[in-house]
Design a protein around this ligand. Structure first.
Ligand SMILES: NC(=O)c1ccc[n+]([C@@H]2O[C@H](COP(=O)([O-])OP(=O)(O)OC[C@H]3O[C@@H](n4cnc5c(N)ncnc54)[C@H](OP(=O)(O)O)[C@@H]3O)[C@@H](O)[C@H]2O)c1
Length: 269
């Protein structure tokens, strides 16, 4: 395929770097920051495009700008995308209707993967799942084919299903890190190197995948051991008081999932 990239940030560059490795061609790169655009164009062996000239003929325009800029960018490119067969943004949340001003079939291609930098993201795309949304069969087929060519597993998401799907993705990607960040600060306060927890964290993630998160749950909250939970809360309050409310909120959420709220709640108060 010939792909044009609008917004050479982390996700856009990750997808296009992986696409080039998979044998696709990049027809051009468009963006605001000309230094970033030039660097991306060089890496992708592609020309720099202009905001005032028609986009080149291509199979797909990847609109990889921030979610809140997708509609404005589509508006800005209105009348300039007629030579492209279709466009897709990379947001798991934003409606595909945001691309309507382009006047060509529009969809979305959301890698269910964290892409913190372009290079690590490009490496991690193989094996990731990709949510594809499109009302146009040809574009949908093209987005599935692009995902498969990157070694990804594409699956369909209707536009109206995206917000709940995106909330689930955020819970997996972000809430786990918030819990680990809290854990790291508690280990620091306890004088234990956080690296010591790495085998434990690896096992938790593997168990969650193998047994389901509920089945993998262990520990005093899951057992309904109120005395141990009370002692933990007291220790956190004494050593890191600013984390106590977060610790209690996480324990309360864990108890609700484990079905032990009635036994644990008093210890949390
Ligand atoms: N990173 C991830 O882990 C990840 C994973 C899956 C999906 N996504 C999706 O990928 C999309 C891009 O996210 P990202 O993480 O790659 O963000 P990013 O690194 O901040 O890159 C965003 C790109 O969009 C450009 N941009 C922003 N506002 C613009 C505007 N008004 N006009 C023109 N260009 C504009 C930025 O250029 P400037 O430098 O000029 O601002 C930059 O090139 C989002 O829809 C996001 O939900 C990201």
């Amino acid at each position: 395929m010939d792909l044009s990239l609008v917004g050479p940030g982390r996700a856009g560059l990750a997808v296009t770097l992986a696409a080039r490795r998979a044998g696709h061609r990049i027809s051009g790169v468009l963006g605001r920051d000309q230094a970033a655009v030039a660097a991306a164009a060089e890496r992708l062996a592609a020309p720099v495009l202009s905001w005032t000239e028609p986009l080149p003929p291509c199979d797909l325009v990847l609109v990889a700008v921030r979610d809140d800029a997708i509609a404005a960018v589509a508006e800005r490119l209105s009348g300039l995308a007629g030579e492209a067969a279709g466009a897709a943004h990379l947001s798991g949340l934003t409606s595909i209707g945001a691309l309507a001003p382009l006047g060509i079939p529009g969809g979305s291609f959301h890698p269910l993967q964290t892409l913190p930098t372009a290079d690590s993201g490009a490496d991690r795309l193989a094996g990731a799942w990709v949510a594809v949304t499109s009302d146009d069969d040809l574009l949908g087929d093209r987005l599935f084919a692009l995902a498969a060519s990157l070694g990804c597993h594409p699956f369909e998401r209707a536009d109206e299903q995206k917000p709940l799907y995106h909330a689930a993705a955020a819970a997996a990607a972000n809430f786990t890190l918030a819990a680990l960040a809290m854990s790291r600060r508690l280990f620091d306060a306890a004088g234990v190197d956080f690296a010591a927890a790495t085998p434990l964290i690896d096992a938790i993630v593997a168990n969650a995948a193998a047994m389901g998160p509920e089945g993998a749950l262990t520990g005093p909250v899951a057992r309904g051991d109120a005395g141990t939970v009370r002692a933990q809360v007291a220790a956190v309050r004494a050593a890191v008081p600013e984390l106590a409310e977060h610790f209690i909120a996480m324990a309360r959420a864990t108890a609700a999932i484990a079905g032990t709220s009635d036994r644990i709640e008093e210890a949390l108060r």
